[in-house]
Design a binder for this molecule. Structure first.
Ligand SMILES: [Zn+2]
Length: 398
């Protein structure tokens, strides 16, 4: 398989659906991480798809929300410890992982925790249509409420590891303890809520040591939050990156024997200028909104649900209006191109838009009326460009 760097040249081939750089499902995507670690722990039926990683008895995954590979590489002075680990990325190859499509938190956390691509776990967007009700459902906030075990029926890797006698634990914010997203994506074993990053690192190290074989997950949110509000190069963002770097070092220095720490992210980020060329407003554009029943996804990764019979017209129109700024695919084209993984579960098919639009340039398709908050964000993510799709997989071993 081609390396991401070659697939994403500065002058890609003519714009077609298949020219989009599809995530490396099955060999180097976020969904491959936990199964690889669990396989090394002897959990049955797990595929060690990331062949560069060497098994360890105690495994910790530290997920830094929003810290893409390109942003980390661009700020060595703010993240000296993580920068020192870049050569150990992906088991010493110095290469990143791909997040999966779309590159958004709910989708990626589900990919991490279930070890499955979006087409299987069924959280293929920030908001997607629930085919049973016809309503949009927000996957991050789980609104409107939907039966979690029906929406995502697969066990998590933590649950399977726990059942196989591995000590499994998640150390995150207490506010996530009982959310449906945690339940479908990150449950299994013990959930421990701690408010501060320092407490989480200390507790994650303790949990690693609590079993002869262990699988521990911990999380830090604020790099993403600062990027959305102020942009990737803002002082606030850099401050959060510096803080995250100290947290990684704090955890690395406390690793018990026979441990491997993996630092990764759910997606990267890209700043989008505030002008009409870069922020196309769906709510003000009668061409784009013609024939559209529901607008899902987010500014750089749209699911478009057409009124019955209008899907082809919407596809044609979106291609014309958006030109080369977006990859615009029909549902079947996006599925065939592997954007959501090699296989789409039947229950997931109708959650994917009739038309799927993924940003290629530094543009956004905002919706100023229906999504006022999201439309005002500086930093954004969702699509398949390297800035948002590539995430680190740094390794520290004790
Ligand atoms: Zn985000």
């Amino acid at each position: 398989m081609a390396q991401p760097e070659t697939a994403w040249g500065p002058h890609p081939e003519p714009l077609t659906v298949s020219s989009a750089p599809t995530p490396e499902y099955g060999s180097g995507s976020l969904a491959d991480l936990l199964p690889t670690l669990a396989a090394g722990l002897g959990v049955p039926d797990m595929n060690a798809a990331i062949t560069e990683l060497t098994p360890a008895d105690r495994n910790c995954v530290f997920l830094i929300d929003g810290l893409g590979w390109e942003q980390l590489k661009a700020h060595p002075e703010d993240a000296p410890f993580m920068t020192s680990l870049l050569a150990t990325s992906r088991g010493g190859t110095g290469r990143p992982l791909t997040a999966g499509y779309p590159a958004t938190t709910a989708t990626s956390l589900a990919s991490v925790g279930t070890g499955l691509p979006p087409g299987a776990h069924g959280l293929p967007g920030y908001t997607v249509r629930n085919p049973d009700t016809g309503e949009l459902m927000n996957q991050l906030r789980w609104q409107p409420w939907t039966q979690p075990g029906v929406w995502q029926p697969y066990p998590t890797v933590f649950q399977l590891a726990h059942a196989a006698g591995v000590h499994a634990a998640q150390v995150s914010s207490p506010t996530f303890q009982n959310t449906p997203l945690t339940r479908v994506a990150l449950s299994g074993g013990t959930f421990l809520g701690r408010l501060t990053g320092e407490d989480r690192m200390d507790l994650a190290a303790e949990q690693l040591a609590a079993g002869d074989r262990s699988l521990v997950y911990t999380y830090f949110a604020e790099v993403d939050g600062a990027g959305h509000r102020f942009g990737v190069d803002s002082d606030t963002w850099r401050g959060q990156l510096m803080y995250a770097d100290r947290l990684v070092q704090r955890l690395a220095e406390q690793l018990p024997p026979r441990s491997a720490l993996y630092v990764t992210a759910d997606h990267g980020m890209i700043d989008v200028p505030f002008d009409e060329q870069h922020r196309i407003d769906f709510d003000e554009d009668w061409e784009l909104s013609a024939g559209v029943a529901l607008l899902g996804g987010e500014g750089r990764a749209r699911h478009v649900y057409a009124v019955p019979g209008a899907a082809n017209d919407v596809l044609t129109c979106w291609r014309e209006v958006l030109g080369e700024q977006f990859w615009v695919a029909s549902r079947d084209e996006a599925i065939a191109a592997g954007w959501f993984g090699p296989h789409i579960d039947e229950r997931v098919y109708g959650r994917i838009g009739d038309v799927v639009a993924a940003a290629r340039d530094d543009v956004l398709l905002i919706a100023s009326e229906r999504e006022p908050k999201e439309s005002a964000m500086v930093g954004n993510h969702g699509s398949m460009t390297p800035a948002e799709q590539l995430v680190p997989l740094l390794e520290v071993r004790s």
